[in-house]
Design a protein around this ligand. Structure first.
Ligand SMILES: Nc1ncnc2c1ncn2[C@@H]1O[C@H](COP(=O)(O)OP(=O)(O)O)[C@@H](O)[C@H]1O
Ligand SMILES: [Mg+2]
Length: 375
């Protein structure tokens, strides 16, 4: 193992136990353990959001929480973190139950030595990482399966509706002509406007169902980001949103329909702005472009309200919206999904409720030299 630092959050109220653990960790030869500790559950939970601990060592009996309740509280708040539970000599059963409730492992106080402690910590971190990778893959897979079948259904509906809709729009527009009596003309105008609204929804739905006619060209994604920001440049109510760009000037090109890509980026920017304004009346959005493992990543990181875990799986569904009636149609992210997938890309979201959200668009590199290979 090479020299490295592992950050630990130790939630333990007993000073003796705490010292023992810290001493054992300090003995480690080629790893530095960076230990932060809390004596109470409440203080521990507060630490969770702040420092970048990689593993939690958790005593279940704390002044403000006892037994498995302690584990549940921590697990609820940080389900993506590995937790190793510390139990007393007579509590081995509790340790086993803790594992059933999401802890990675348990250690019995008084039966721990340096080696066991270090190995437990290392395995807990590695196992949890593997679990999280697996969980994300599964989620992505079931999400894309579900969205693919939704897309088929939406496509069917849209095609059925578009033909009759075209005649409603056509005829109502004729009826708004000069030679039509005024009352009829007004009514026809209402019909025409509303039919047009339906047509707009349909066109967004088709975008989700990936029915684009792509006009592909080599594009520099940085330019598309800047173009989206320019469209956005008109100051909407107040200027409490700060947008920062971190552009990688050496970003390779991709093959894309710049207009569509711009629309996808714009939707993400508008969402972030809207959520930050609704939650806090202000906020920061950081847009980053970078090359990660030969893939172009464009991320939109806001410090808005974040997204509840339960909602994450539905964000890209057509008509999913947490905004009030009339505020949102729930089509923005569906359209983004359709556009990005059409570009053989992916769109992901990670979020810490209360702290913000990061939407990342991943696009394949298609360099100009690859022209022959791409066609
Ligand atoms: N940056 C964000 N921060 C928090 N929640 C978001 C963000 N972007 C999207 N969402 C959530 O996703 C939902 C769907 O977004 P979208 O498809 O664009 O529809 P709409 O904006 O019309 O509600 C939103 O209602 C909101 O709950
Ligand atoms: Mg939206």
């Amino acid at each position: 193992m090479t020299d490295k630092t592992v950050s630990i959050l130790l939630i333990e109220d007993n000073p003796g136990d705490r010292r023992l653990i810290q001493e054992m960790l300090a003995e480690a030869a080629n790893v530095t353990f960076n230990v932060q500790y809390a004596e109470r559950l409440e203080a521990g939970l507060e630490c969770l959001g702040q420092n970048g601990a990689e593993v939690i060592l958790l005593d279940l009996g704390l002044p403000d929480s006892q037994g498995l309740e302690t584990l549940r509280a921590v697990h609820d708040r940080a389900s993506e973190m590995p937790i190793v539970v510390l139990t007393g000599l007579n509590d081995e059963m509790v340790g086993v139950r803790a594992i059933n409730e999401g802890a990675q492992d348990y250690l019995i106080k008084g039966q721990v030595d340096t080696q066991l402690l270090r190995r437990t910590i290392r395995y807990a971190i590695e196992r949890k990482q593997a679990e999280e990778r697996e969980r994300r893959l599964q989620m992505q897979l079931s999400l894309s399966n579900r969205l693919a079948s939704l897309g088929l259904m939406v496509e069917g509906i849209a095609h059925e509706i578009n033909n009759p809709l075209a005649s409603v729009i056509g005829v109502s527009q004729i009826l708004t002509g000069e030679d039509v009596p005024e009352p009829v003309r007004d009514d026809a105008k209402t019909i025409s406007d509303n039919a047009q609204r339906v047509a707009d929804i349909m066109s967004n739905l088709l975008a989700f169902a990936r029915q684009h006619r792509l006009e592909r060209a080599y594009v520099n994604v940085n330019d598309v980001v800047m173009a989206a920001l320019e469209v956005r440049a008109r100051p909407l109510d107040g200027g409490n949103i700060t947008i920062t760009t971190r552009i990688d000037p050496a970003l390779p090109s991709t093959m894309a329909d710049a207009n569509l890509l711009q629309q996808a980026f714009l939707n993400l920017i508008i969402n972030a702005e809207t959520e930050m304004k609704l939650a806090n009346g202000k906020g920061n959005l950081v847009i980053t472009t970078e090359l990660v493992e030969e893939t172009i990543h464009v991320s939109f990181a806001d410090d808005g309200p974040g997204i509840a875990r339960a909602n994450l799986a539905h964000l890209f569904d057509p008509f999913f919206s947490t905004r009030g009636v009339g505020q949102g149609r729930g089509l923005g992210l569906s359209v983004c999904y359709g556009i990005v997938t059409d570009h053989r890309g992916r769109i992901n979201v990670t979020s810490q409720p209360g702290q913000g959200s990061v939407f990342t668009v991943e696009l394949p590199v298609v360099a100009q030299e690859d022209r022959a290979a791409a066609s």
